[in-house]
Design a protein around this ligand. Structure first.
Ligand code: IMP
Length: 428
């Protein structure tokens, strides 16, 4: 069992980046397997801050290979910009970064279609990141209008496929908005051929590469993007992302069987946040919510949008944990709650007078639930300097132990600040 997987258990932004970075030293490769440049995380390495979106944070470690696997959707401009940033500050990436030739490519029409779809919704907007993620995955599932990384190196078919797709997309885009500028197939072909040329040294069959790596006993670390409740199949549909962002996506997105995963770690914040639309039972639309937002700097890394904040929701997090089959939990950002007099944990929902502990399968039901809270005292002490479980104030320990109890999984790690050192190995 040579692999570890790190999964977000809520609606994303659980501070997985720091945990992946912490665990990278024990691994030979970090594998990203779903999502695209809708994800974003900030990692501090050697005193410098790096904002990464598509490239796994393993790139900041000299001897670690970073793999962007098959299930990721790739916006080449965004990827090249990130690569250029890394090259400028840390040297060449060749041999340290691999990109799957099976991954799908995001084109300009994906962004234009997404903008048109989101603004045309009669219901509440999904509140997407507008990066063309959902529209690229839609074309991937539809097959007719999809282009994979490997297709960009078959020059003549690549040119004719772009021509064919642009003809169709122009008809659709014009029907939605008669004033729209038509897309120019030749210009897109030239532009993307140049991106393909630059990416070529990094492109390979990552599935075969990972299979060989496992045969050689290499230790793999799978880095999930977004969180379990944004999973396309199991999340709060339609307010989800378009990939399997729970642990269910590791196998399909990387081509590596989940049977090699020896450790599945679920990351949850000590409270809850959500960006974009959709129901959020424990949302705090008051000064406590604002306090959490300000203290936790809860503003999107990719879009800068303020995140919606609320109390810890154990019904939702337990569901996320069960979907992924986690062995242990990481509780992140515990320090953000330090100033509060009392804390609430939602341990069940009430719907139509009935108490439920299963997460509802339809968002209309989720929108109707009333949280049933357990109230705990706050600790009112700065805990950012704490490094050992026994040094945590009794109320903070009791809060963490209650989270473990209501989620039904042991807590392995507690994070009390962004620095690597601000970490408590809770089960030691
Ligand atoms: P999309 O992934 O851009 O299609 O957006 C779909 C939903 O997922 C929206 O509610 C986004 O705010 C949310 N989302 C996408 N990526 C992230 C992320 O990295 N963190 C948190 N929410 C995300």
């Amino acid at each position: 069992m040579s692999a570890t997987s790190v999964i977000g258990l809520q609606w994303g932004d659980e501070a997985k980046g720091k945990i992946v970075d912490l665990l990278t030293e024990e691994h030979d490769m970090v594998v990203r397997y779903q999502g695209g440049n809708n994800a974003g995380h900030t990692v501090v390495a050697d005193g410098e801050t790096y904002k990464l979106s598509l490239i796994p944070s393993g790139i900041l470690h000299e001897n670690v290979i970073s793999v962007i696997a098959t299930g990721v959707v790739i916006h080449p401009q965004a990827l090249l910009k990130e690569i250029d940033g890394i090259v400028a500050r840390r040297g060449a990436v060749e041999g340290r970064l691999l990109i799957s030739d099976r991954a799908h490519v995001i084109f300009p029409w994906h962004m234009l279609e997404e903008a048109a779809l989101e603004s045309n919704r009669r219901d509440e907007a999904i509140g997407t990141t507008m990066r063309g993620i959902g529209t690229c995955y839609r074309d991937k599932a539809g097959r007719t209008h999809a282009i994979r990384v490997g297709d960009m190196y078959r020059t003549e078919t690549f040119r004719s496929r772009i021509g064919e797709i642009v003809e169709f997309k122009n008809i659709v885009l014009k029907a939605i908005n008669p004033d729209v500028e038509p897309l120019d197939a030749d210009a897109i072909f030239e532009e993307y051929s140049e991106y393909a040329r630059r990416l070529k040294p990094l492109v390979t069959d990552t599935t075969a590469y990972l299979h060989h790596a496992l045969d050689e006993g290499k230790r793999l670390l799978f880095e999930g993007a977004q969180g379990s409740l944004l999973d396309l199949d199991h999340g709060t549909y339609p307010f989800v992302t378009s990939s399997n962002s729970s642990g269910c996506g590791v196998h399909s997105g990387s081509g590596v069987s989940e049977r090699v995963i020896g450790r599945m770690l679920g990351v949850a914040k000590a409270y809850t946040t959500r960006v974009g639309g959709g129901p959020f039972p424990t949302e705090l639309d008051d000064e406590i919510g604002q306090h959490i937002r300000d203290t936790g700097n809860e503003y999107g890394t990719v879009t800068g949008r303020p995140r919606r904040c609320g109390w810890f929701d154990a019904v939702a997090t337990r569901y996320g944990a069960r979907l992924s089959g986690v062995d242990g939990i990481v509780i992140a950002l515990l320090d953000v709650l330090s100033d509060l007099d009392e804390l609430k944990i939602c341990e069940a929902y009430e719907i139509d007078g009935e108490r439920i502990t299963d997460f509802p399968s339809h968002v209309d039901s989720l929108a109707k639930v009333k949280p049933i809270y357990r109230t705990l005292p706050g600790w009112k002490t700065d805990i950012t300097g704490v490094r050992k479980k026994e040094d945590l104030p009794a109320a903070a320990k009791s809060y963490v132990d209650t989270l473990a109890e209501v989620i039904g999984s042991p807590v392995h790690i507690v994070s009390v600040g962004p620095d690597r050192l601000q970490t408590i190995f809770y089960n030691e």
